[in-house]
Write a protein that binds this ligand. Structure first.
Ligand code: ADP
Ligand code: MG
Length: 372
């Protein structure tokens, strides 16, 4: 053992993953493995033309959620959804799930019932089965789910396939989950401040709260793409924000990108929350996490089909790697886009860091953030 103590925070989440992948790199690689660490799910051969995908994600109380404001049923549903979202990002369908559950002493049987009702309803919706798991005691509620799915070799889609000239597409709208989290945190603060005088004020924000507490994996988009005969050249799900995800696609595909910010769809309620907080809506759209939409690239020959597709927006283009990842807005023109925020050419000149607007720091309050 080395005497050195390097705080994990010096590497951050993605630095840690790169480092541990390096330490595992001398394990002999089997012929059946098609994609290991580095995509939304691992991919291995399951039959002649059939591939399996495998993904695992944990939700931990105090890190990813606050038990005071997520009903157990929603938590169960969300835990399955976030895993299925990674399966969808491979253009695959989920088959089976297992669950590791850590139960703290202050949890009732009725709460566990509700948690499993939520998981059951998600499994039914996604056409998959929950086939096992593990149960232990824990200091905080802990939920780790593994999902196996399948996809034909012809349909599998990686982060690494984007080509210069491809169009960047996004399903649904983004920023809503972050807006919902802001509302919930504000309400929690109001409850603490006002005590018995507290009256919840959630009706005007049902959409964004739903986006935060009960997100849906976009398997319907996977179906839709298959029906219209479009295979994306690359795909990822939006768990950490559009800006972060496009960086992953660009890094793995060795390309650059331009995101046309005004083309990114957001919901009217998301706009209302941004206005209320005097934040820039663009910051919610680019850096808000946990929307679980699909961000993908298509060949230019598929552009017409994408433009006709309801619920999918074309938000940018893939460029040469030398151009880097950039955002285009009418106000600022083309600017480098960092995974977590805008960076001007000259850092002295303008806002850097997590977002455009003042005091918008998704990483400070986003319970989904895996940053370490
Ligand atoms: P996602 O946000 O899509 O779930 P992550 O950023 O969590 O993806 O993970 C990126 C890649 O790193 C995936 O291939 C994942 O399997 C791998 N990975 C993450 N954590 C670990 C770990 N502790 N050990 C091995 N692989 C890991
Ligand atoms: Mg993912």
């Amino acid at each position: 053992m080395s005497e050195q103590f390097t705080p994990v925070s010096t590497l951050g989440e993605f630095g840690v993953i790169d480092r541990l992948a390096e330490r595992l790199s001398d394990i002999p690689r089997s012929d059946g493995l098609i994609e290991g660490i580095g995509d939304d799910a691992a991919v291995y051969r399951a039959g002649n033309d059939m591939l399996h995908v495998m993904t695992t994600d944990a939700l931990i109380e105090g890190v990813h959620f606050d038990r005071t404001f997520i009903p157990m049923q929603f938590l169960g549903y969300k835990a399955i959804s976030v895993n299925v979202s990674d399966v969808a990002a491979m253009n695959a369908k989920p088959l089976y799930a297992t669950v590791s559950l850590g139960i703290p002493r202050n949890m009732s049987v009725e709460m566990i019932d509700a948690l499993y009702d939520g998981m059951s309803s998600a499994c039914k919706q996604y056409g998959m089965e929950l086939v096992g798991g593990d149960t232990t005691t824990a200091h905080a509620l802990y939920l780790s789910i593994t999902v196996v799915g399948e996809v034909s070799e012809h349909h599998v889609t990686f982060r690494r396939g984007a080509n210069v000239g491809d169009y960047i597409c996004l399903s649904g709208d983004v920023g809503g989950s972050f807006a919902g989290l802001k509302i919930l945190l504000d309400q929690r603060q109001a409850l603490q401040d006002l005590g018995d005088a507290y009256e919840p004020d959630l009706d005007a924000h049902q959409y964004v709260i739903g986006r935060q507490l009960r997100p849906t994996a976009r398997l319907d988009v996977v179906d839709m793409l298959s029906i219209i005969g479009v295979k994306p050249t690359s795909m990822i799900d939006v768990s950490d924000g559009v800006a972060s995800e496009i960086h992953h696609i660009c890094k793995r595909s060795e390309v650059g990108a331009t995101i046309r910010v005004p083309e990114i769809p957001f919901h009217a309620e998301t706009q209302a929350v941004a206005d209320q907080n005097m934040d820039e809506i663009d910051a919610y759209a680019l850096f808000g996490g946990e929307d679980y939409e699909l961000l993908f690239t298509v060949d230019p020959s598929d552009l017409d089909k994408m433009r006709e597709l309801e619920g999918v927006a074309v938000i940018g283009t893939i460029e040469d790697q030398a151009k880097g990842v950039r955002a285009l807005t009418p106000e600022t023109g083309l600017m480098p886009l960092s995974p977590a925020g805008y960076q001007h050419f000259d850092p002295e000149e303008g806002p850097t860091g997590p977002g455009i607007g003042p005091d918008l720091g998704p990483e400070e309050i986003n319970f989904s953030s895996d940053d370490i």
